[in-house]
Every structure is written in structure tokens, then in C-alpha cells.
Design a binder for this molecule. Structure first.
Ligand code: NAP
Ligand code: HSE
Length: 432
């Protein structure tokens, strides 16, 4: 074993995830070498600030802010990209693939914008582009879709794929924390993106859904075509009402294959407390896929943070390194096949809904709301009113299955009425 030529690696980025990768490579050094059939040798670590203290065991000689120096190193085998962002990371990955290097990345932002193009390049160059850590942190969902479910047809996917949102919603519901306090703690724990609006406004989940759709539905999808809603508008009262009706609020990435069309969307939703996704709490992620032959299958685990994510990155590194040693580099990447798929417009999506109105408490208001909903084909299932006296009251409803566009139109009408104190809002309800 010690005779084998080492597999030489450049680590691009050494923050939360990069630090975890170095730790795992050091802690499991001998075991990983035996799995690969050769030692894994770090040659370079690319950062912006070369003076910052790094993970224990990170040698000063590895550290550089000069990407050119890395790309000129002819002895390299694999680039591990954990720096994030689109432009610089994209350039370096592209140049690495052009040179025939194996590439491992955790970068869903880049994959959602340029994934198909970079995969095509990897295939053309006969090398691998592996990206397990880009979705679900330490959960092996990419491998499951690419390998284990390759014999089946995925028809449905429901995922809690943003650890920051799930952590924040959990702290807000269970501990009564405010939005800012919950976000600060998610940042301190290393869950949030460098730009946390990517998390709380739903874009990170949309990018992950685009990546999942490549494998689950064989779809080339533009991120901009996925409707996205984040969690900023959810408040303590929504959590209380949801609980009262028998639901929990979760931030979901939803995919459905209707044959002719795909349905892809990202938003908070009410999930029945009896559904296993309702009890996926804190930073845990869960992805439920439903195969035509398999039926439902749930994958759950820690969806963010240094070590869970490092587990996925290093597992990819082991696969890519083994394939190179075995002379089958590029084989796994060639198995990913994608085509353009039409998306169902959000307005045509059918679902039951949760509606919340803040209105003046006076005769005729409820009838007016019910009338607007009825005019748009929306039928009420349950209703509660809370608060009384001087100020506005909350009217909260759940509906039977209705068209998304119908609910939107009814709300536009209701929000224009003089009895409306604050614009009404709605959330879809997840149905089994
Ligand atoms: P991070 O803590 O912000 O670390 C980024 C690292 O990349 C830092 O070491 C930074 O250098 C370096 N870097 C960034 N831009 C650079 C540039 N232009 N040139 C040179 N170095 C640069 O980020 P992270 O949380 O580890 O996330 C890294 C990637 O993993 C992202 O794509 C993220 O979406 C993904 N991811 C993160 C998690 C998670 O839980 N955090 C989970 C799954 C996937 P300095 O240290 O000098 O600033
Ligand atoms: N910011 C991401 C999250 C990291 O919170 O899920 C994992 O991709």
C-alpha cells in the first residue's frame, strides 16, 4: 500500500466545509488510503486570506491565494471545490476538467446555474464531476438517485433541504425565538451560507431542487424557472394556527413528474403532524422520493455543518480517486442523463391551502371573504377566528384542494377590500 503513488489533491476553500474535509482526511488517513488503494495527499489549499489560522494539521506550505500556482501543478489528480460562489469556482472547475482532473464540489449555487454544461465537459474529458455534498449535507441522496434508483422512475419528491430554514423554524416554534436570533445562531453553528438570504429567501433550496431534478427526473432546469418563497413572512401566530389544525410548518422543495410536465416549487408549507417530515427538526434534512416501482423511500440526516458535509465530500473524493486508479474515470458521471423538461405553471398547481386574513371584526366580512374564495373556485374546509374587541382579528382557514392561481386571485380581491387590515397570506398544505 505505502508503495502506491499518492492521489494528489488541491482543496479550493478552507472555511466551514474545507476545514471539516481536512479534519476527516487527517483523522481517517490510513483507512481512506486502504479504501482508495493509495494515500490521499493534500498539495494545495486555496484561500483568500493566507494569514488566518486554519484547521489543525493544515500545513502552511499548502496555503495559497494563487490559483494559478495550483493549476500549473502537473502532479494533481483531483480538485475539491468548497469555496462557493459562481464565477471563480466555475472558472477553476472548468479549467480543472479541461485538464482531465477529477472534480468534487459542494457548490449547488454553481451546479444550479452551470451543472449540465460542466457535466458535459467532464464527460467529454473522460473524467468525473462529483457533487454529493451539494444537497442534503451528509445525506447520500445524490448517490441514491444516481445509482440505487437508476432502475426505477421517480414520480415524486418532497424535501426539507435547507438546514438553516429548518433549524430556524424549529427554534421559532419550539423556543419562541425571533427570526434574527434564530438566524444568528444558525450562522454561528456554520449552517448558513456566506450570504444568508440565499437560505432564508429559499434560493439555496431552489438550487438544491434543480440539482435533485437533474438526477430524479433527468431534467435540465433553469433555477430562475423554479417558483421560490422563503420563510421571512412566517411568524409565531402561523406556527400556533398550524398546530391547532394538526400541522407543522416546514420549508419544502417539491417535485412531481406528471409525465408531460414537471412540477417544481420551493416554499414553506403545512405538513400534517402524522407525516414523518413534520418531525424532521433542527438542522436535519430529509428527502422523500417516491419511485413508481419502489414506492416511498426516506433519507434523513444532518443537512449542514462542517463534519456531515465533509463526509459527503470525502466520500466523493474516495470514489473519484478509486475510479482514476482503476482506469474508469468518468464512468459514474457518464451515467447522468438529462433533457429539457416543460414545467407546470405554478398557477395550475392543485393543493389544499392554509389562509390567514387580518380584518376588521364587523358584520359581512366573513361572507365577503367566503364569496371571493367561492368566485375563484376555492372551497373552505375549516375556519377559526381569534381576537375580538377594538383591533383587527385573525381569520384562519384551511381549504379543500384548489388551484394555486384561484387562491392568488381571491386574495388579490380580498386584500383590496376596506375591511382588510393587513394583506392576507396563504401557504399550501402537503398531501400524502
Ligand atoms: P465558507 O466557510 O465561507 O468558506 C469558504 C472558503 O473558500 C474560505 O476558506 C474562503 O477563504 C475560500 N474562498 C472563497 N472565495 C474565494 C476566492 N475567490 N478565492 C480563494 N478562496 C476563496 O463556506 P462553507 O460554508 O465552507 O461553504 C463552502 C461551499 O460548500 C459552498 O458552496 C456551500 O454552499 C457548500 N456547502 C456548505 C455547507 C455548510 O454546512 N456550510 C453544507 C453543504 C454545502 P477565506 O477563508 O480566506 O475567506
Ligand atoms: N446553507 C445550507 C443549509 C448549507 O443551511 O442547508 C447546506 O447546503
Amino acid at each position: 500500500m505505502s508503495e502506491a503513488k499518492p492521489v494528489r489533491i488541491a482543496l479550493l476553500g478552507c472555511g466551514t466545509v474545507g476545514g471539516g474535509v481536512l479534519r476527516l482526511l487527517r483523522q481517517n488517513q490510513a483507512y481512506l488510503a486502504s479504501r482508495v488503494g493509495a494515500p490521499l495527499e493534500v498539495r494545495h489549499v486555496l484561500v483568500r486570506d493566507t494569514t488566518r489560522p486554519r484547521e489543525e494539521g493544515c500545513e502552511q506550505a499548502w496555503i495559497t491565494d494563487d490559483a494559478g500556482r495550483i493549476l500549473e501543478d502537473d502532479s494533481l489528480d483531483v480538485l475539491v471545490e468548497v469555496m462557493g460562489g459562481e464565477q471563480r469556482a466555475g472558472e477553476l472547475i472548468e479549467r480543472g476538467l479541461q485538464r482531465g482532473l477529477g472534480v468534487v464540489t459542494a457548490n449547488k449555487f454553481l451546479l444550479a446555474r452551470r451543472g449540465p454544461e460542466l457535466l458535459d465537459l467532464a464527460v467529454k474529458q473522460g473524467t468525473d464531476l462529483a457533487f454529493e455534498a451539494s444537497v442534503g449535507g451528509g445525506i447520500p441522496v445524490i448517490r441514491t438517485l444516481r445509482e440505487a434508483l437508476t432502475s426505477d422512475w421517480v414520480e415524486r419528491l418532497d424535501g426539507i433541504v435547507n438546514g438553516t430554514c429548518n433549524y430556524m423554524l424549529t427554534r421559532m416554534r419550539e423556543d419562541g425565538w425571533g427570526f434574527e436570533e434564530a438566524l444568528r445562531e444558525a450562522q454561528r453553528l456554520g449552517y448558513a451560507e456566506a450570504e444568508p438570504s440565499l437560505d432564508v429567501d429559499g434560493h439555496d433550496a431552489a438550487q438544491k431542487l434543480v440539482v435533485l431534478a437533474m438526477l430524479a427526473f433527468g431534467a435540465r432546469v433553469r433555477e430562475a424557472s423554479v417558483p421560490v418563497q422563503g420563510i421571512r413572512a412566517i411568524d409565531a401566530a402561523d406556527h400556533r394556527f398550524a398546530e391547532r389544525f394538526g400541522y407543522r410548518i416546514k420549508h419544502l422543495a417539491v417535485g412531481r413528474d406528471h409525465g408531460g410536465h414537471l412540477e417544481l416549487r420551493v416554499h414553506p408549507a403545512l405538513v400534517p403532524t402524522s407525516d414523518v417530515l413534520a418531525s424532521v427538526s433542527g438542522v436535519l434534512n430529509a428527502i422523500r422520493v417516491e419511485g413508481r416501482a419502489l414506492g416511498p423511500c426516506l433519507l434523513s440526516g444532518r443537512g449542514a455543518g462542517a463534519m456531515p458535509t465533509a463526509v459527503s465530500v470525502v466520500a466523493d473524493l474516495v470514489d473519484v480517486a478509486r475510479a482514476r486508479i482503476a482506469g474508469v474515470a468518468g464512468l459514474a458521471t457518464r451515467g447522468i442523463q438529462m433533457a429539457e423538461r416543460a414545467l407546470l405553471p405554478l398557477q395550475e398547481v392543485s393543493s389544499p391551502f392554509y389562509l390567514r386574513f387580518s380584518v376588521q371584526d364587523r358584520p359581512g366580512v366573513l361572507a365577503a371573504i367566503a364569496g371571493s374564495l367561492g368566485d375563484n373556485g376555492v372551497s373552505i374546509e375549516q375556519m377559526v377566528q381569534t381576537g375580538a374587541g377594538e383591533g383587527p382579528v385573525d381569520i384562519v382557514m384551511t381549504t379543500h384542494r384548489a388551484r394555486w392561481g384561484g387562491v392568488e386571485q381571491a386574495l388579490v380581491h380580498i386584500n383590496q377590500q376596506d375591511f382588510t387590515a393587513k394583506p392576507g397570506r396563504f401557504l399550501p398544505i402537503l398531501q400524502g
